[in-house]
Design a protein around this ligand. Structure first.
Ligand SMILES: [Zn+2]
Length: 952
């Protein structure tokens, strides 16, 4: 083609780049949002209701990973959708700032002598600074991902106002009688020297305990049992109760042996260890384990064993056999349970029933104390087990020992085993509000629904919540103890006073001041008698108070409309928030809880440095050191990933997935670019065609767009973003690229600039591109804004987000177009296959070189298509609704005689298709084959249509 004819075509013109150039362009668009104060204005001034998605605070430690991206971007998609829908969706981002990991980080950064000289206040100030640095780093990352939030006023659990609100929650629970102090076995970490919450435990594979079977000699029998045994020839002098334990170090704390009253027990004659009492069901397996024959002499119910007295094999005391609970089974062991109330929850409860007392001869470092007699000084995680097993053997009490692999709780931070240890701790009495909590759970909508079962079971079964920690970096438990009597001072007056001090000075005040400076007026004179407590609160109490410290404090919806976190938070933040809210107000802090899974690599493995499969979101967005190998994909590709996954399960991410996402991103971008590029000379007011006057093809495209809007609106309402991801691709690739735009090329390029067939198409393009931008805005927020900023005609809104959520007018809805259009698109696919076959065979080049003859069978299968063709034929706009154009061939003939030379022929479903070379010559401008080429003297290489365009 000569240059001059090319110049007569209406080619693409747009500044909207083919490439995203995200590293530069995304920050520019974010700066625009900032300049327009978009989030601020929309979240404040929108006409709709307040919408509160309350942010669960990530821990202020460490670089952002893809788990953070999944969580925060999901929240942002929901918030941006709400803002587009006119809601006042304020999002206050938070950080969890207290706790041991930060405390340890600070300590690790100090030299030995610095550490030794460190006062609690120094430590707290260093931890405070460290947390703020981490918050700043993480915040910069979140902002780079395009997350909208109150970044100027996030919530930090170390803020004075937050700490004061938290003490307020604690105080209300105290006054409601839900907080008590008690000696109780708690998960204790000797390595951290602190009590741990359930959520701070992990259960690594491969833990093996040195389990022992031991015989405790009976010294006294209840009368009835003595009689029965006597008639069988057994006396106390040769009888022992048989126990099994996986924690031999707890044997010095043994105060009873518990049995299940309903189980059957056998008194057996053993081949080498005298007469032994074991559960009847376990007798056979114990023969193998112990290497003894066990000949049953007498069988009794467990209840009959109650009252037996036995001698501790290692210490000078006798203890009773008692009835425990259903926790005593025949799944393992002997059916008789060694009971140490200081070292186990079941044991503690049984001990309380029998007034056994609580013996806990283990100090905070896990060292056995003087109460452990000869074993004092041994450590329960090191040498205690071996020494005690040896002592059992020496006493003749050891039946056997065997390594035992089982789930065992470890400290999630130090990765060392924990123990149960009775200590003086502060508890929230879950028993006191368990029923209310279960009712509150029933009032919440859990998504997915299985979340309800999870949290319900956890709340139903959980024990009281140990909320005290023996650490420094946290919110103090604001209590005073009498120096002489140990009496606790904790009442409305002291609570209100401390809350006020913390609101004014922050919780450092607890460490800065002595008792006289902390006690309220009626107690100050007596300050010398009081000692302030040194415990801090469990960090789950910190974050679990956020409904008070943030949601209520900032005037958001309480209960919040939505909480959204990983599915592990049923035992973490969802639960701690629920418990505090129920304890204080009797209802859950949320109306709806949505959970997401965890991020894995493409093979379903955890991401880890050692596997080398970590996807760093910073590198994905901004590129790596070598951008050839690690290009900058931009935040939108990361966001697109979040939208693409079914996050109700664990979600994969890896280089292959990123590549696919980048392809999808490019497809959407290029589709948008094509729409924008064809609108450069279009002014909607001047050139737009009224929707009702559009050709059928255009009306169909608007119908498809309306359907997309409806579907995507539903997908977002149900938080099923992966359906949006699929619908978006389908719309861009199939409806737009493969059909509408494919057919539209001729209308857009070849027609005269202001011809009806072009202006009608542009009308559709401008309507579609604006809606497309709106629909992708929650996910591909940068691309959506980039589209908006490149609209080539003036619009009232400065940002796509000011336009609001796309709505399809009723005039776009023409469901009746779908059926005939589906028929024609099927025909189009059939003919394309024929054309493709000809192309492969070399008999044809471009589809415009072809003409097609179509013959429909008289009746039957071809009937729907015949009706569709009649429908098309009756269109008032034959210049657009033209089957040959839609098929991209130069000529179409329905019925009649066959073309002279048929290149390909097929018959399917009553439809006969013949493909032949188009007659005439190729027009140099529009590439159609026409028979009138050469008949125009000025333009001898052009068809009549093109000549008309040029001479108009
Ligand atoms: Zn032409």
């Amino acid at each position: 083609m000569t240059t001059s004819y090319k110049d007569t075509l209406n080619l693409l013109q747009t500044d909207f780049g083919m490439r995203a150039n995200a590293k530069v362009r995304e920050p520019e668009l974010q700066a625009l949002w900032h300049e327009l104060d978009l989030y601020g204005r929309l979240s404040r001034d929108n006409p709709g209701p307040v919408f509160t998605l309350h942010d669960g605070p990530p821990y202020a430690n460490g670089a952002l990973h893809v788990g953070h991206a999944l969580n925060k971007i999901l929240k942002d998609i929901i918030n941006k959708t709400a803002l587009l829908q006119g809601k006042r969706a304020r999002f206050v981002p938070g950080w969890d700032c207290h706790g041991l990991p930060i405390e340890l980080k600070v300590l690790q950064g100090l030299k030995g002598e610095e550490r030794a000289a460190l006062t609690p206040l120094d430590l707290r100030q260093k931890a405070h600074s460290y947390a703020l640095e981490q918050v700043a780093l993480q915040q910069a990352g979140f902002e780079r991902w395009g997350i909208w939030a109150d970044w100027q006023q996030p919530y930090l659990t170390l803020h004075k106002s937050y700490e004061a609100a938290q003490i307020g929650v604690f105080g209300q629970m105290v006054l409601a009688g839900h907080i008590y102090r008690g000696l109780k076995p708690v998960h204790w970490s000797p390595s951290s020297r602190t009590a741990l919450a359930e959520a701070e435990l992990e259960y690594p594979d491969g833990h093996v305990s040195p389990s022992v079977y031991a015989a405790f000699p009976v010294v006294e029998l209840p009368a009835a049992l003595a009689e029965a045994l006597g008639s069988a020839g057994i006396t106390t002098s040769d009888l022992a109760v048989t126990i099994w334990t996986t924690t031999p170090w707890t044997l010095p704390a043994n105060l009873a042996v518990s049995v299940n009253g309903a189980l059957d027990y056998s008194i057996c004659a053993s081949s080498g260890a005298g007469n032994l009492i074991v559960a009847a069901e376990l007798r056979a397996s114990l023969e193998a384990t112990l290497g003894q024959t066990l000949t049953p002499v007498l069988q009794v119910k467990g209840a009959a064993l109650e009252g037996i007295q036995y001698r501790h094999p290692l210490l000078e005391r006798t203890s009773p056999v008692v009835i425990g609970g259903d926790y005593i089974t025949t799944e393992s062991g002997t059916g008789l349970v060694h009971t140490a109330p200081g070292h186990g929850v079941d044991d503690f409860n049984t001990g309380r029933k029998y007034n056994l007392g609580v013996l806990c001869p283990v100090d905070e470092a896990g060292t056995l104390t003087a109460e452990a007699g000869p074993f004092a000084g041994l450590n329960v995680l090191k040498d205690a087990n071996g020494a005690i097993i040896t002592a059992l053997r020496d006493e003749g009490a050891l039946l056997t020992e065997a390594p035992y692999a089982h789930r065992y709780p470890y400290d999630w931070r130090t990765k060392k085993p924990t123990i149960f240890r009775a200590t003086e701790q502060w508890f929230a009495s879950v028993e006191g509000f368990r029923d209310a909590a279960l009712r509150a759970i029933a009032d919440v909508e859990w998504l997915p629904a299985s979340g309800r079962n999870r949290i319900e079971a956890m709340v139903r079964e959980r024990g009281d919540w140990c909320i005290s920690r023996q650490r420094t970096w946290g919110v103090p438990i604001p209590v005073f103890y009498h120096r002489e009597t140990g009496e606790v001072l904790l009442n409305e007056t002291t609570l209100a006073h401390i809350q006020g001090l913390v609101a004014e000075h922050g919780s450092d005040v607890w460490w800065q001041r002595d008792e006289a400076g902390l006690l309220p007026e009626p107690y100050v004179a007596d300050a010398a008698n009081w000692r302030k407590g040194s415990d801090t609160m469990d960090v789950w109490f910190d974050s679990g108070s956020s409904w008070a410290g943030v949601v209520q404090e900032r005037g958001l919806n309480y209960p919040a409309d939505l909480y959204l976190e990983g599915s592990d938070q049923h035992r973490g933040w969802f639960q701690s928030s629920l418990l505090t809210s129920v304890a204080v107000h009797g209802h859950a802090p949320y109306k709806r809880v949505l959970t997401h899974g965890f991020t894995l690599d493409e093979k379903g493995r955890k991401m880890s440095k050692s596997l080398g499969n970590v996807v760093d979101p910073a590198v994905l967005v901004e590129g790596g050191k070598n951008e050839k190998q690690e290009p900058a994909f931009g935040a939108d590709v990361l966001r697109l990933w979040v939208s693409s996954v079914d996050y109700s399960a664990d979600v994969p991410l890896g280089p292959g997935i990123v590549k696919q996402l980048a392809d999808v991103y490019r497809k959407v971008r290029n589709t948008a670019r094509y729409l924008l590029g064809n609108l450069h000379d279009f002014a909607p007011e001047r050139d737009g065609v009224p929707v009702e006057q559009l050709p059928l093809l255009d009306q169909w495209m608007l119908q498809r767009t309306a359907a997309l809007i409806d579907n995507v609106t539903g997908d977002f309402e149900r938080y099923e973003f992966y359906r949006f991801f699929q619908a978006l691709q389908n719309f861009c690739v199939v409806d737009l690229s493969n059909v509408y735009l494919d057919i539209a090329k001729d209308r857009l390029y070849v027609s005269g600039a202001s011809e009806f067939r072009r202006r009608s198409c542009q009308t559709v393009l401008h309507l579609v591109v604006e809606r497309l931008a709106g629909l992708i805005a929650p996910v591909l927020c940068h691309m959506a804004e980039d589209i908006w900023q490149n609209l080539p005609y003036p619009v009232a809104e400065r940002s796509v987000f000011e336009r609001g959520w796309p709505v399809a007018p009723d005039a776009w809805r023409h469901l009746e177009l779908e059926a005939p259009m589906a028929q024609i698109l099927e025909l189009r696919a059939l003919i394309n296959r024929q054309l493709e076959a000809c192309r492969t065979g070399g008999s044809l080049g471009a589809s415009l070189e072809a003409q097609v003859q179509l013959t429909l069978e008289a009746a039957g299968e071809a009937e729907p298509l015949r009706q569709a063709l009649t429908w098309l034929d009756q269109s008032p706009h034959p210049s657009v609704d033209n089957l040959a154009d839609w098929l991209l061939v130069s000529a179409l003939q329905i019925g009649g005689s066959a073309p002279a030379t048929v290149l390909s022929e097929t018959i399917e479903a009553g439809i006969q298709v013949r493909v032949a070379k188009a007659s005439g010559h190729k027009c140099e401008r529009c590439w159609h084959y026409e028979t009138d080429i050469g008949s125009h003297r000025e333009h001898p290489t052009l068809c009549g249509r093109c000549v008309a365009v040029l001479t108009a």
